[in-house]
Each structure stands twice: as C-alpha cells, then as structure tokens.
Design a binder for this molecule. Structure first.
Ligand code: COA
Length: 329
C-alpha cells in the first residue's frame, strides 16, 4: 500500500523584504543578489508569525481542503531547524492549536532536506498500515537565525511553511521510491553552533555571534548540485524512468544556478522545472512543500504525472523522492 498526497497548502508571511531593502543593511546590490542566486525578494515574519503559527495555518487549510476532522489525524511531523523553542516540539504546539486530540508527533531536523525526510517517514508509517492520516510540514523562521550584518548569508533565506496530507493510496499513485542520504563529514560547512549542549547560550556565545547560521557557500554549492542531480538520476533509473518521463522536477530552492545545473544534468527542459526562489528565497524545509502547493494551485500537476522532489542541506543531508501524482486538492 502506497502513501499519497491528498492535499497541499502553504503559508507565506505578508511582509516582503526585497533585495533593495537588503542594500540598506549590508554591502550588496540587488543586481548581485539576483544574478548570483535568482532571488528578488523573500517573506519575513512579523507580529508573532513564528514557526508553529505558520505550521498551524498550513495544517488548518489541509483539514479544510480534505474535510478531515482534527481528531482523525494520527501523526504530525514537522521538518524544521527553527522550531519555536528547543522543546516542546513544534509538532506538539501545532497538535494543540489544531486540536488533533488523537495525534502524536515530532520535529525532524534535517535542514533543507527536512521536508523530504519527514515525507519519507510519514510515507513509511502509512505503508506499514498502522496510520491512515498524517500531516507532514516543512516550516521555518530563518530570519530568527540570520545575521543581517553578514552579506554572505542574510540575502539567501526567507520565512515560510508548506505541508501535505498523506493518506493511503487507492490505486498505483503515490510515493513510489526514495533515495536519501546523510554525510556528517560536511557538518562544518553549514551550521549554527550555539544553543545546544556543546555551546549552551551564554554572553560569550552571543558576543561571538554563534547563534547565527554560518556557511561556506562555495562548498555547499558544489555538493548541492552533485547530490540533487545524482540522487534524482539514480531514483529515476532504478524505476526504469529518465528525465524525459518527468512532468515536474520540484527541487529545493537554494540558488537558481544550483537548480539549473542539477536540471541540466538530468536533461530537463525549462518547463519541467519548478522555480519560485525569485519570490520566496530559501525557506529551508519549507521550499519543497511550498513548491508542491504552488504547482498544484497553478495547475502544473495532474493525475498520473511523475514528479521528483529533491533537496540538499546542512548535515550534509540530501536525496530524492519519486512520486506518481494522484487526486490532490
Ligand atoms: N553581495 C555582494 N557580494 C557578495 C555577497 C553579496 N550579498 N555575498 C558574497 N559576496 C562576495 C564574496 O564576498 C566574494 O568576494 P571575494 O571574492 O572578494 O571574497 C564574491 O562575492 C564571490 O563569492 P563566491 O562565493 O564566489 O560567489 P558565488 O557565485 O559562489 O555565490 C553564493 C555565493 C553564497 C550565492 C553561492 O555560493 C551559493 O548559493 N551557495 C549555496 C548556498 C546555499 O544555498 N546554502 C543553503 C543550503 S542548501
């Protein structure tokens, strides 16, 4: 029995931070950001729109679209590296807000691959037969861990959330196959060092700016192209498919050049690729569910379509999931 996505939803805060706004904060230009990354603007939370708030909005819309009662939800999985707090989990906060009184849940930390890993976990739970209705969310408040004095990182990210309802498939649609990976030897290239047991919050960690995201952009770039292209190629091949069979390639939105280089390796045409990085930037675990929801709302997915979801992120973590699109609201 396969798991299938029966509804999608996304929530983007209203406040827009443009490249020109960033010109006032750091030594950069709109043109540099657009040409090097493909980003024009990103959304930023305000007035308490924290991660659980965005995840709750997404969950409520999923319930409304499917007509499922909150009490029928079995599990809530939230891919996030920017939870409201270290504990309790964002999944518990959402569970309470949506009154999913019979659900259990947990947060899953895999950075930009967070939604992909959460979707795999949810799909396997459905396949086991033990669970019937699972909400899988990717939600991030990246602005809470960015240093708006560091031009290398603050221009790249935005806030936002997306999610899907997972249910047992009735036919041959659904999540067909996946290839997911971790390689902790890449951990130093993208991280937030403080706030955990290694460097608990202190005046020293704040003064040394250890509560902000840090990264080696060039290293991440190279691994990202390789990871997304190779895992997508491999999952297609082992299902006797190729790039030509894909209706849509929904990649993590980290950099337009990373997306295009990965798509080129798969021999994809422009119309097979979902790109929305121009509007939302990199929302980490949010990019893929936001992309799926964008694709559904713009009529780019129909029943029977083959779709690849692929991501790369801190850890390193990466991989691809092959989906045969079903009836989805
Ligand atoms: N505005 C202007 N100049 C900037 C800048 C900015 N916002 N950010 C960096 N630069 C400068 C650098 O300081 C560097 O200057 P230097 O050569 O004098 O040191 C120069 O631009 C070129 O840097 P480089 O790293 O070669 O640029 P790039 O073409 O690789 O683009 C990234 C940089 C960060 C956009 C790119 O490497 C990237 O997207 N990496 C992936 C990062 C990512 O998305 N991570 C998220 C998890 S997947």
């Amino acid at each position: 029995m396969r798991a299938t996505i029966t509804a999608t939803s996304r929530f983007l805060p209203e406040k827009v931070l443009t490249n020109s706004d960033l010109e006032k904060l750091v030594d950069t230009t709109s043109e540099w950001i657009l040409s090097r990354t493909g980003i024009s603007e990103r959304r930023i939370v305000e007035n308490g729109e924290v991660t659980s708030h965005m995840g709750t909005k997404v969950s409520l819309e999923l319930l409304e679209k499917t007509g499922i009662d909150p009490s029928e939800i079995d599990v809530i999985i939230v891919g996030t590296i920017t939870p409201d707090m270290i504990f309790p989990s964002t999944a518990c906060l959402i569970q309470n807000k949506i009154k999913a009184v019979n659900a259990w849940g947990f947060d899953l930390s895999a950075a930009c691959s967070g939604f992909l890993f959460a979707l795999e976990a949810g799909a396997k739970m459905i396949e086991s037969g033990a669970y019937k209705k699972i909400i899988v969310i990717g939600a991030e408040t990246m602005s809470s861990i960015l240093n708006y004095e560091d031009r290398n990182t603050c221009i790249l990210f935005g806030d936002g959330a997306g999610g899907v309802m997972l249910e047992p498939a009735k036919g041959d649609e659904g999540i067909i196959d996946s290839l997911l990976y971790s390689d902790g030897s890449g951990g130093d290239f993208l991280k937030m060092e403080a706030g955990g047991s290694l460097h608990p919050a202190s005046i020293d960690t704040v003064e040394k700016r250890m509560h902000f995201l840090q990264q080696n952009g060039r290293k991440v770039y190279k691994f990202a192209v390789k990871g997304m292209a190779e895992s997508s190629q491999a999952v297609l091949q082992r299902n006797n498919l190729s790039g030509k069979d894909l209706s849509l390639f929904i990649p993590h939105q980290a950099n337009r050049r990373i997306i295009e280089a990965s798509a080129e390796r798969l021999g994809l045409r422009q119309d097979q690729i979902l790109i929305n990085i121009d509007r939302y930037a990199n929302t980490t675990a949010g990019t893929i569910p936001i992309g799926i929801s964008d694709a559904v709302d713009s009529g780019r997915l129909k029943q029977g379509d083959y779709v690849i979801l692929t991501a790369f992120g801190a850890g390193f973590t990466w991989g691809s999931i092959l989906v045969r699109w079903g009836n989805c609201k």
